[in-house]
Design a protein around this ligand. Structure first.
Ligand code: BT5
Length: 271
């Protein structure tokens, strides 16, 4: 059973969230809400379908990593998007899909900020962090399904820590939760509703060609994207540089010696 007050909270933000959350599937435990949502989407589930779980047994991050998802310690949810349906053509849908992770970072950060006042920062590309040194509060996982090069759907997964949990030691040092940061309980239902509202608005902006405003907001929420030391493995070996923001396609721009490089995917280590 989903929390009883969820319907009321979603009703309050109905005009902002659009179709997001019109259909909500609540699971007590599932391997991964991204997989559950992808299965539903492949069977035709409508845009905006949300899968929410109390716990995940195989929560995933990027590059095959694990997202620890103990029961009741976090929000674990996935949303079905169909950017190619109805509105824009294939190229525009690909643009929307490409910026989905950054848009979601803005939405989740703003959702949390509005409900709790906690100054959450975004760390490129998919982390939400708090404090210095930054501790990870939430992570995003956008996965697109394509058929003959056309985007069928995008599943956006959000894992957000609500309460402290017994993580493995290597993660415990770098993770945090809303409760540990705020020193009090949080209204998880309000955070969920406000996040879906912000996601609905951000998605509408992207579909209507207002990516620039979203990217500006992203920049304002992402202090590490300017002047941070980073390194990554490239085909030429380890590359070190200093971040110089993001470009219009959402790539991280890094100054390496006297040239600039664009980083679009893969793993960047921050110092
Ligand atoms: C992410 O990957 O941060 C994306 C996480 C997305 C999770 C959601 S939950 C709902 C949906 N269903 C899924 O199966 N996934 C999505 P990445 O950037 O690769 O970061 C993963 C790394 O974060 C791990 O290797 C750990 O170091 C760390 N980590 C794992 N669990 C964590 C947690 N609960 N809190 C903070 N850090 C964690």
């Amino acid at each position: 059973m989903p929390p009883l007050d969820l319907d009321a909270a979603l009703a309050r933000v109905a005009s902002r969230r659009g179709v997001l959350g019109e259909r909500l599937v609540y699971l007590v435990e599932t391997p991964s809400t991204n997989d559950a949502a992808a299965t539903l989407a492949a069977r035709g589930a409508a845009e905006g379908t949300v899968v929410l779980a109390e716990a995940q047994t195989q929560g995933r991050g990027r590059l095959g990593r694990t997202w620890h998802s103990p029961a009741g310690a976090g929000l674990y949810l996935s949303v079905v998007f169909r950017p190619a349906a109805g509105g824009p053509g294939g190229g525009a849908a690909a643009d929307v899909a490409r910026l989905m992770t950054l848009m979601a970072g803005v939405a989740v950060a703003d959702g949390i900020r509005r409900v709790t006042g906690l100054p959450v920062d975004i760390k490129w590309p998919n982390d939400l962090v708090v404090g210095r040194p930054p501790r990870k509060l939430a992570g995003l996982l956008a996965e697109a399904s394509t058929v003959s090069g056309r985007i069928e759907f995008v599943i956006l997964g959000i894992g957000l820590n609500l309460a402290p949990a017994a993580y493995p030691p290597d993660i415990a040092d770098r993770a945090t939760s809303l409760e540990s940061e705020l020193g009090r309980g949080v209204d998880a239902v309000a955070v969920l509703a406000e996040t879906l509202a912000a996601l609905g608005e951000g998605y509408a902006d992207l579909k209507q060609g207002r990516a620039r405003e979203m990217l500006d907001r992203w920049r304002a929420l992402a202090p590490f994207a300017q002047g941070s030391a980073v390194e990554w493995e490239s085909p030429r070996g380890l590359v070190r540089g200093t971040t110089e923001g993001i470009d219009e396609e959402g790539a991280l721009v890094v100054r390496v010696g006297n040239r600039r490089e664009r980083v679009i995917a893969g793993e960047v280590h921050w110092h």
